[in-house]
Write a new protein. Structure first.
Length: 268
C-alpha cells in the first residue's frame, strides 16, 4: 500500500515580487519560486501521482508503485494565486488551498474572485478558520464559530461543499477533531510530521511534511521516496517545542523581532 506524503507550503516568492508583500510572513515558510518549480517539475517528470484528497476518496489515479503526493498551501497568501496557480496549471497539477476567511480581500491575501477561480479550475478550497487563532486557546463556542462560519463563507464563494480543514499553528487535540467532524469536515490536516496511509479512518487527523526555506532538493527527493531525515524531524520538533515553551504571546513577539531583522537585512 503506497504512502501519502502531504506537503505543506505557505507563500512562494518570485524574483520580481515586492518584498512588502511578504512582510507579515514567517521567512522560514516563504520559499523561492525557482525552488518550488524545481520541486513540482521533478514530480511531473518522474510521473508522481499528485492528487487531492477528493481524488483519493473517489479512487482516481491511485497507483501502488510509489508515494502519492498531496500539495497543500496554508494562509491564502496572494502568491498562491499569482505564482503558484500558474505553475500548477503549467504542470497540470491540483492542490489544496486553506483559507483564513477573515483575511480574504485583505492586502497581500487572495480575494473572493481569486478563490473562486481556483475552485473552478479544480483546486480544493478548504478552511483555515476565520481568524487563524490557535484553537486550543479558544472556548468550545469560539471553536465551533471558527470552524462553521469559515466553512459557510467558503461554500458561498465556491458554490461547493468545503470538506477539508487545516489547523492554524498545528494546535489540535481530540476535542477539536470531534468538533470538526460534528461541523461536517471530512478531513483535518495538522502540522504533525509524517506520512499517511490510505485507511479512511485516518483522514480526520492527517500528518503533513512542511516544505521550508532551508530544505534542500536532495531532502525533498528523499521525502518523495518515503523517507524523512531524523535531523529534519528533530529541527522541526525543537522549533515547535520552542513555540510551546515561549507561549503564544512571547512567540508572537519573538516572531516580530525575527521578521523585523529579516526586513532590515534586506534593506542593508
Amino acid at each position: 500500500m503506497p504512502k501519502i506524503a502531504i506537503l505543506m507550503y505557505h507563500s512562494i516568492i518570485s524574483p520580481n515580487d515586492d518584498p512588502d508583500l511578504f512582510s507579515t510572513e514567517d521567512p522560514i515558510y516563504t520559499i523561492k519560486a525557482e525552488m518550488f518549480e524545481k520541486q513540482i517539475q521533478y514530480l511531473y517528470e518522474h510521473n508522481y501521482s499528485v492528487l487531492t484528497l477528493d481524488d483519493i476518496f473517489q479512487k482516481i489515479n491511485l497507483r501502488n508503485d510509489q508515494t502519492i503526493i498531496i500539495l497543500t498551501f496554508d494562509d491564502g497568501h496572494i502568491s498562491n494565486y499569482t505564482t503558484v496557480f500558474p505553475m500548477l496549471k503549467k504542470y497540470r497539477f491540483k492542490a489544496h488551498f486553506f483559507i483564513p476567511t477573515g483575511w480574504i480581500n485583505k492586502p497581500n491575501y487572495m480575494t473572493e474572485i481569486m478563490i473562486k477561480e481556483l475552485s473552478n479550475y479544480g483546486m480544493a478550497i478548504g478552511s483555515h478558520t476565520i481568524t487563524h487563532r490557535f484553537l486550543t486557546k479558544l472556548s468550545k463556542s469560539e471553536i465551533i464559530k471558527e470552524l462553521r462560519e469559515s466553512k459557510k463563507l467558503l461554500e458561498k464563494i465556491t458554490l461547493k461543499e468545503v470538506k477539508h480543514l487545516s489547523i492554524p499553528g498545528g494546535r489540535v487535540n481530540k476535542k477539536i477533531l470531534k468538533l470538526a467532524k460534528d461541523v461536517g469536515y471530512k478531513s483535518v490536516f495538522t502540522s504533525h510530521i509524517g506520512f499517511n496511509s490510505l485507511k479512511l479512518n485516518t483522514f480526520l487527523n492527517l500528518k503533513r511534511i512542511p516544505i521550508k526555506q532551508n530544505i534542500t532538493f536532495e531532502q525533498f527527493k528523499k521525502i518523495l521516496n518515503g523517507k524523512i531525515s531524523k535531523k529534519y524531524i528533530v529541527k522541526t520538533y525543537l522549533f515547535d517545542v520552542s513555540k510551546k515553551i515561549l507561549g503564544d504571546s512571547l512567540y508572537a513577539d519573538f516572531r516580530k523581532i525575527v521578521l523585523n531583522l529579516s526586513s532590515l537585512n534586506k534593506k542593508i
